[in-house]
Structures are given as C-alpha cells and as structure tokens.
Design a protein around this ligand. Structure first.
Ligand SMILES: [Zn+2]
Length: 468
C-alpha cells in the first residue's frame, strides 16, 4: 500500500530549513559587519627600533617631534644635529589597541637631540668646540690680522738700526706657529662657543687674576723673572708704581693674559737712516779739563737699508740686514779738549759707581712712568764717585734714604741713593773713583741696591749713556 505523505507536513519541514538558512546568513553578515567595524587602521610607533605602542593618527607623533626640532633650531641656529630615529608604520588590525597618551609620554622620555660640532685643537690640546669650522677659521684669521703691521696701532718693534728717518714696511708672510686641528664630535649644544668666546679663549683673556703682596727683597725685575711676566706688563697692570719704587706690603697685580697662539710675521722694511759721524779729539793743556771746543761740527751721513724682520706676536725675534747703500758720507767732528786739572771739576767722562755692576732696573719711561735712574747691585758694597766734583748734598730723606749728590761743575750732576753709610759731607771736593759711601737699603727700597741718577744741565739723563 502506497504511503502518502500529507502535503502539509512537507511544507512544514521546508519552512524549518528556510529559517535555519536565513539565520545563518543573518549571523554571517552581522559577524562580518562587526569584524569590519572592529578592524581599524592604527599606527605602530617605535623609537630607535624599540616598539612603544600604537596611535590613532601619525600626526600626534609627527607634530610633537617637529615641535621639538623647531625649538632646537630656534635655540641653536645653524647647529647641525641628529635626533632619535622614530618609525611610524600604518597597519589594519582587528581590535587593535591604541594608546596615544602612553606613546607620547614615552616618546617624550626617550627622544633626544644631539648637536654635532668641531673641537679645535691647538698643539693637540682641546681649546673649545664650535658649531662649524668656519667660525674657528674666522677667529684664527682675526688673531693673525692683529699682528699685520698695518693693523698694529703702536709700533711694538724697536729697531736696532737707530736714527731712522723714513720707513716703509711690507708684510712678506703671516702665520700661526702652533699646529691647528679639528675633530668632529657630538656635543651638548650649550657648550658650543661663539666666535667671540673662542677669540677670548685663544687670546688668553680668561686667566685668573694674580695678586701678589710685596715682601722684603723683592724688586720689579726679580718679580718679573719669578712670575714669568715682563716688566712692561707689571708696570701696565700697576699704574700707581712711580720711579720703580715698591714697598713691603704693596699689592701688585701680576696677571698675564697668555695667548694660546703665536703669530709669526716676516716683514721687509726699507729705511733711510743717518750714519753717525765719528769724532776726532785733540788735547790742549791750556784749556781746563772738562771743557772743549768744536773745530768742525761734522755732519752725519745718510744710507738706505733693507731689513728682514721676524716677529712673534709683534715682538721682534730676529732682524737681518739684507742690503745697505750709502747716500751721503758722514763728515767727522773735530774737537779740542782741555787737559788742565782743577780739583772738584769733572773730567767729562764717567766711571761705574760700583764694581761688577748688575742692573736690576733700567732707566726710562715705560708705559707712562719714569724711572729717573738705574738700580744696580754688586757683592762689593763700596760706592765710588762717578767723576770728580763737589758734594752738594749728603743727607737722608724718605724716598732716596741716605743719598749724595755730586756737582761735577761741568753741567753734570750725579746722585747715589739708598746708602747705608755716607763717607763725605757737603762741600767736599772729591776725585773720580773716591769711595763716597756704602750701598744700603734706606728710604723707599726693598733690598740693598744703588739707585744712580745723572743730570745734565738739570735734565735727567739715562746713566747708561755715560757708562760702559
Ligand atoms: Zn731706582
């Protein structure tokens, strides 16, 4: 018997299947939709190859880094630099985690900027760091040009060829003696020197001040030697010093700016100098000793010379005469000198007032101050009359201490100061070479020495002009 399935139940089964299929489709579409909603583009951030996390947009990192760089560039213009490596990689990711704040905070902690600069080495020693070589080169050129003769305000050089009438100097070469080198380095940008700062370092203007209190036995030349400073610098630093007098307890500024560089210049000068005329002397017994008569005044000649000079930092180091040409020959001066001896009248020539003299301070005007005589020392303390004459002063005062003045009655007077003992009295007539006193340390003096002065017609003279 044939079984029949009722139409109604067939339809029922069909409906169930349909519903199941429909549900699967709906769920699939929904799930797909959900997954696609949950899948976003995120940006993976790493610094120096270290992964930090992800951000929602690349811009928050980019903007932060750009702001840092801009701030650096504003603060240190033209400084080359390198910064931490930041990598931003976009990625589409299902349920990807983003944390903008955390990533930014870590970048702020880890990000760094390093400046690059050049160390300047002088003779292998680091002098300072600059942002580029040009700055250092400019400073070096400035130092060189300071010693270009056409930029030197005062003539430092004292030519040994005297009687200069006319001079023309040409620079042959100029260069820094020390070896100069550069080294590229990364540096804290606040340590970079400007051109002016580097110049100050190179010129030694950053030295500390040295203040010294004068002790017994000190003298300007002794301190100069002890502290390796020139007498010129001592006088320039201490404008209150008069007549080279320093007293115990005085405070001296002995600071020297030691330049790190020596600039060597070679110059050629063409000069016209006078040729001193010689003197021919004849003697006359009818004339008093110390007097003379000019028969022919003579006349100096003239010559053209070419000199090659080498200077280091403006100080003369070497001078070579490379050419000379006589233009006018000198004419000899002729004098008749008296030889009749009268006591108390000078012979007209001076002898040393001490034996085996050692000069501790020279005569002259230096940097505005005048030293009216010379200071000398000797192991033999006898003081001799430099020439015959009449004692016009033999007593003490506060500056010179015990001192003697001899009038040689020929226009000259000599003075002997700081004596411990005076052997003569006012009015004495003495002969050249007589012992007139003993060397001492009286008056404004810091040690045993003789201060010796020469005057001609009441005008101060350099005693060395008359002594040899
Ligand atoms: Zn003196």
């Amino acid at each position: 018997m044939r079984k029949t399935i009722p139409i109604g139940s067939f339809r029922f089964i069909n409906k169930v299947w349909l519903a199941v299929v429909f549900f699967i489709i709906v769920i699939t579409i929904g799930l797909g939709l959900w997954v696609s909603i949950q899948t976003k583009e995120i940006f993976n951030i790493s610094i120096n190859d270290e992964y930090l996390g992800s951000t929602s947009t690349p811009d928050i990192v980019k903007n932060w880094v750009d702001a840092e760089k801009l701030e650096f560039e504003m603060q240190f213009p033209d400084v080359q630099y390198s910064s931490s490596k930041i990598e931003i990689t976009p990625q589409r990711k299902f349920m990807g985690k983003i944390n903008d704040d955390k990533v930014l905070k870590e970048i702020a902690e880890l990000f760094s900027i390093e400046a690059s600069g050049y160390k300047l080495l002088v003779e292998g020693k680091v002098v300072g760091t600059v942002k580029n070589k040009q700055i250092a080169q400019k400073a070096l050129t400035t130092i060189e040009s300071m010693y270009d003769p056409k930029n030197l305000k005062q003539e430092v050089m004292t030519l040994s060829y005297k009687n200069k009438q006319e001079s023309k100097t040409e620079l042959k070469s100029i260069k820094i003696v020390e070896s100069i080198a550069f080294e590229k380095v990364t540096v804290d940008p606040s340590e970079l020197l400007t051109e002016n700062q580097l110049l100050r370092v190179l010129r030694g203007s950053n030295e500390k001040n040295i203040i010294y209190q004068v002790k017994a036995g000190d003298c300007i030349s002794c301190l100069a030697q002890k502290f390796n400073i020139s007498q010129k610098d001592i006088l320039a630093n201490n404008p209150w010093i008069k007549n080279d007098f320093i007293g115990i307890g005085d405070e001296l500024d002995l600071t020297v700016n030691r330049a790190l560089l020596s600039v060597r210049t070679e110059e050629i000068s063409n000069e016209t100098v006078s040729i001193p005329n010689g003197v021919q002397v004849t003697y006359d017994e009818s004339m008093r000793r110390g007097t003379s008569k000019v028969i022919n005044p003579g006349k100096p000649g003239l010559k053209k010379i070419t000199i090659n000079t080498i200077k280091v930092n403006g100080e003369l180091v070497d001078e070579v005469l490379v050419g000379a040409e006589v233009i006018i020959k000198p004419i000899e001066k002729q004098i008749v000198q008296g030889s009749k001896v009268i006591p108390g009248i000078g012979t007209g020539s001076f002898g040393w007032p001490i034996v085996k003299p050692q000069i501790t301070s020279e005569y002259g005007k230096r940097w505005g101050r005048q030293h009216e005589g010379i200071d000398t020392v000797s192991t033999n303390r006898n003081i001799f009359a430099a020439d015959s004459g009449k004692v016009i002063y033999a007593a003490k005062n506060s500056g010179y201490g015990n001192h003697i003045i001899i009038d040689h009655q020929n226009g000259y007077q000599t003075l002997y100061a700081h004596l411990s003992k005076i052997n003569v009295k006012r009015g004495d007539l003495i002969e050249k070479g007589d012992v007139i006193g003993i060397m001492g340390n009286t008056g404004r003096s810091t040690g045993v020495h003789l201060h010796f002065e020469v005057e001609k017609n009441n005008k101060q003279q350099n005693p060395m002009k008359f002594l040899d």
